[in-house]
Design a protein around this ligand. Structure first.
Ligand SMILES: [Cu+2]
Length: 171
């Protein structure tokens, strides 16, 4: 698969800014990928971003990889009886033509499992997002606190005030 090396990533790494950043690949725009800062010994973390599809055909986010965790899964939140739980989405997330998807706290997210190191605010970590059609896209995840992430993404799903990092893996 073609790897897209994006100058914006290099620029951000060089200056160490925590400004918004985005990546374009084909018809997709990946806006401000972030990873959530972890407390000591956290077994998992989560990644969030907005992905827009400016094209006429759908694509799917199907996976990825990062330098700080051994496994990356695509997760959704769903009710299991009375309890909101997260679970892996088989086949990934569709990004419809002309549409956008938001991965945000309390909703769709990228799950980082088998953490090799904990994440601290203001770190930047290299990663790859894998799309069914666009292929592998190199990105940088800015590490932010949950409150920073919510602020950046708008109040979105704020009413789901549970801490999804406390939730069990259902797989
Ligand atoms: Cu999850």
């Amino acid at each position: 698969m073609t790897k897209f090396i994006l100058t914006v990533a290099a620029a951000l790494l060089a200056t160490g800014t925590a400004l918004a950043h985005d990546y374009s690949v084909g018809d997709l725009v990946i806006d401000h990928p972030v990873a959530r800062a972890t407390p000591a010994n956290a077994p998992v973390s989560a990644g969030y971003m907005t992905i827009r599809n400016t094209g006429a055909t759908s694509d799917r986010l199907i996976g990825g990889s990062v330098d700080f965790a051994g496994t990356v899964e695509i997760h959704e939140m769903a009710m299991d009886g009375d309890v909101m739980k997260m679970r892996e989405i088989e086949g990934g997330i569709e990004i419809p033509p002309g549409g956008e998807i938001k991965l945000q706290p309390g909703g769709l997210h990228v799950m980082f499992i088998d953490m090799r190191q904990q994440l601290q605010e203001d770190q930047e970590h290299a990663g790859t997002l894998t799309f069914e059609k666009a292929g592998d896209v190199d990105v940088v995840f800015n590490v932010e606190s949950l409150s920073q992430i919510r602020e950046t993404m708008g109040n979105g799903m704020k009413h789901h005030d549970h801490d999804e990092m406390q939730m069990e893996e259902s797989n």
